[in-house]
Design a protein around this ligand. Structure first.
Ligand code: IDC
Length: 523
């Protein structure tokens, strides 16, 4: 017992002296003139850190969560809060969690061993920005092209990372890499914190923080500049009454294309294809990730393809619908667990991204009912998405291939920012389905046409352009958003491109199908 007590005391003293304030020390292992000398000395002088009991600072050692957060807490003047945990940093970690510097799932309060584990760079950036520069912002289009390993960055940290780059707090390495998942050394952490502290203290006008130079060459021309009604204009969408609405309360109607099945025509979900479509005026793209027919259920790597497509849409300033494309698997409950797992992953990745709408079941069919199957499925999936991305708009299908709004309106979901999808094919569905839309609107259901075709319901026949125009006029007059099936070159009339049209775009008149010409003229 005695020995354990002494050991505890020794460990406590050792750890607490890493960060307890004290007189600035001359650390023997902080090389004069080194790149980290100034930040380490400044933080030590400010009382935010001291060295180890042997007097060293150990600049090359990996910094832990507890050490990192504690240094920032001292620098920011955060007061500890009482906790029941005996870890030396518990009071600061709890206070930082309460202050919103990080979220519960990023470092669970009961995961005490995790407190002594390395903090990742993306999280380190988040914590320092939330603590010292909470109002900083950076643009996706400015910074994404300069981060050469951007694809490794978790979508949850996009905003805060761009803000850190814009403020000059985060800087890439000499290859332009951010290395979001890697750890940081104690010296690097001090440099990061010191830059943020300087920036926070900077008097208006003067800017002592060096801004990163030599941007990596921009990979794409910025089509966002030609897109009207895009994300940069409307921001986070929400639903007011039955109307999809932008951040400033303006009514928004999205018009764009759906992909065909990604497993077959994924090449038309490229950045270039989306840019070409956006150039015609589209402001949304729907990523149809089939579950069956060689889709996600049999090939989980399709999720990566779907995410690449979502990323491409984000780069084009487009809203993007991530569609769990059930079809031959008519009951969404059959694969509910996989849906939960997928949407949990997706909504974590895109938690901070205003572009993404989640469509949780394309077309329930085959004898399923709203109250018996689709509604309970939605009640299981929606809270999972909302836990990660509370503001996102979620689209929900209905029985009979997303036509049964009349079933939904008797028992709608109890969630805000939900819209119900209605699908039609102009050669098959007419006035009776439009009447159903009007009845649903009257009953207060927000409606989103996430898929429609100029063809018959089987994707061929026609095309039925008079009927299509009648439908689009109807949707326009009611402010309803739509996506057309589909952007691909398959030999079926609903395809917007003729067989052999390049996946990169832009397309000539001859490369657009009859359907494509009509639909593109209606964005
Ligand atoms: C069709 C495709 C066709 C494919 C078929 C089965 O156009 O090439 O062989 O799916 O995978 C829907 C579905 C959509 C259908 C479309 C046309 O959401 O997947 O695509 N449609 O049949 N609902 C009504 C019609």
């Amino acid at each position: 017992m005695k020995r354990t007590g002494a050991l505890f005391l020794a460990v406590f003293l050792l750890l607490s002296t890493l960060v307890l304030p004290g007189r600035a020390v001359d650390f023997p292992d902080v090389t004069p003139g080194s790149w980290y000398e100034a930040p380490v000395t400044a933080l030590a002088d400010a009382g935010a850190l001291t060295g180890f009991p042997d007097g060293t600072f150990r600049p090359g050692a990996t910094i832990s969560w507890a050490e990192y957060v504690t240094i920032i807490a001292r620098q920011a003047g955060l007061t500890t809060v009482p906790t029941s945990t005996s870890h030396w940093a518990a009071g600061y970690l709890q206070a930082a969690l309460n202050a919103g510097w990080y979220d519960w799932d990023e470092l669970p309060p009961d995961n005490v061993s995790g407190w002594d584990a390395p903090i990742s760079r993306q999280l380190a950036v988040k914590v320092v920005m939330k603590a010292l520069l909470p109002d900083a912002r950076g643009n996706y289009s400015d910074w994404q092209p300069r981060i050469s390993d951007f694809s490794a960055l978790n979508g949850r940290y996009y905003d805060v990372t761009f803000a850190a780059y814009a403020a000059g707090v985060a800087q890439g390495d000499d290859r332009g890499q951010f290395r979001p998942a890697a750890s940081l050394t104690r010296a690097e952490a001090c440099a990061l914190i010191h830059r943020a502290a300087q920036k926070a203290n900077a008097a208006g006008g003067s800017d002592p923080v060096p801004v990163p130079t030599a941007p990596v060459e921009s990979p794409v021309p910025s089509p966002a500049a030609t897109v009207t009604g895009g994300v940069s204009k409307h921001g986070w969408l929400h639903v007011e009454g039955t109307q999809l609405t932008g951040e400033k309360g303006e009514a928004v109607a999205l018009h764009g294309m759906s992909s065909h099945g990604l497993q077959w025509y994924g090449q038309y979900a490229s950045k270039e294809a989306m840019a070409a479509t956006a150039a015609y005026g589209a402001n949304v793209y729907r990523v149809a990730m089939y579950t069956a027919e060689g889709g996600y259920l049999s090939d989980k790597s399709l999720a990566d393809k779907a995410f690449a497509a979502v990323d491409a849409a984000i780069e084009n300033d487009l809203y993007v619908i991530l569609d769990w494309h059930i079809l031959s698997d008519g009951n969404p409950q059959s694969n509910q667990e996989q849906a939960v797992e997928f949407f949990d992953r997706a909504s974590k990745r895109y938690a901070q991204v205003p572009n993404v709408l989640y469509e949780i079941c394309n077309e329930p069919n085959g004898g399923v009912t709203w109250t018996g199957n689709v509604k309970p499925y939605a009640q299981a999936v929606i809270p999972v998405i909302r836990a990660n991305s509370p503001q996102s708009v979620i689209l929900v299908g209905s029985p009979t291939w997303s036509q049964d709004l009349h079933q939904v309106q008797k028992s709608p979901l109890d969630f805000g920012n939900v819209m119900y999808t209605l699908h039609f094919y102009a050669g098959t569905h007419g006035q009776w389905l439009r009447d159903r839309v009007d009845a649903a609107l009257k009953a207060g259901l927000p409606v989103f046409v996430s898929e429609w075709g100029t063809s018959r319901a089987d994707g061929s026949g026609g095309v039925f352009l008079t009927e299509s125009a009648q439908w689009l006029d109807f949707l326009d007059s009611r402010g309803i958003s739509w996506c057309n099936w589909s952007l691909c070159d398959k030999g079926e009339t609903s395809a917007a491109l003729r067989p052999g049209a390049p996946s990169s775009g832009p397309w000539s008149e001859e490369q657009l199908s009859e359907s494509g010409k009509f639909v593109f003229s209606r964005f």
